[in-house]
Design a binder for this molecule. Structure first.
Ligand SMILES: [Zn+2]
Length: 239
């Protein structure tokens, strides 16, 4: 039985290494996701600017149409002036023309503002595109570095896994299950050393008879306080 506990302790060493490397791997995966998000955010803000520009261009087109209509109206009204017979009608058409001209001027002023806004947006978009290209290049490099670390780590984990398989081959399924459950309940530590009469997992005293049985190594001894599986080091056995 002492041999099996020794094997379990070896397994735990491997599992703790895997746990640590898994956490490291999660961190690297998180870094990759963060880098992707950075690009995504930059792309989204560029899309927003493009949408704003498209909306502005739509408004400009509408304005253009209204301007053309107003222009036509003015030309038509002015042509009518030649055929008018009464003074009253003449005054009315003149008023029409002057109102239409006023509207046209206002529209033209609004167009100038919109053209200015569109130019500003185009500038921002050009700048945003440049920044995105730089960021994509930069992030591509950083992602490459992270990926390289990840590949190395995965190779190490694969090595740990095959060592783990070799180790578990010497253990029975019920013992492995017990080990697994204990690890889940006891912060990853299922097997622990006993020294000077105490369990080093929970630092509680182990009953002397139980401690003596540990030396014999004939049966699996479990700490009565934390239920972890106990073993003693060779030096302790010899002493
Ligand atoms: Zn204990």
């Amino acid at each position: 039985m002492q041999v099996k506990v020794k094997l379990l302790e070896e397994l735990q060493c491997i599992d703790l290494k895997i746990d640590g490397r898994q956490a490291e791997k999660d961190l690297l995966l998180q870094q990759l996701a963060d880098l992707d998000r950075e690009i995504q955010e930059s792309r989204l803000s560029l899309d927003t600017l493009r949408e704003e520009l498209a909306a502005l261009q739509g408004e400009k087109e509408e304005n253009d149409k209204t301007l053309a209509t107003e222009g036509d109206n003015i030309v038509r009204s002015e042509a009518r002036l030649h055929d008018i017979k009464t003074q009253k009608e003449y005054q009315a058409v003149l008023k029409e023309v002057s109102t239409a001209k006023k509207v046209k001027t206002e529209l033209e002023e609004r167009m100038i503002v919109k053209i200015g806004e569109a130019e500003l947006l185009q500038g921002k978009i050009a700048e945003g595109e440049q920044n995105l290209a730089l960021l994509t290049g930069n992030i591509g490099l950083r992602k490459g570095e992270v990926q390289e670390k990840l590949d190395k780590l995965e190779a190490v984990i694969a090595g740990d896994q095959s060592r783990r398989e070799e180790t578990t081959a010497g253990l029975t399924p019920p013992l492995l299950n017990r080990y697994q459950m204990l690890r889940e309940k006891r912060q990853g530590i299922a097997v622990v050393e006993a020294r000077d009469g105490s369990c080093l997992g929970c630092n509680m005293q182990i009953p002397p008879q139980m401690y003596n049985n540990l030396y014999k190594g004939l049966e699996l001894i479990v700490c009565p306080h934390c239920q972890r599986m106990l073993f003693i080091r060779a030096a302790e056995t010899a002493a």
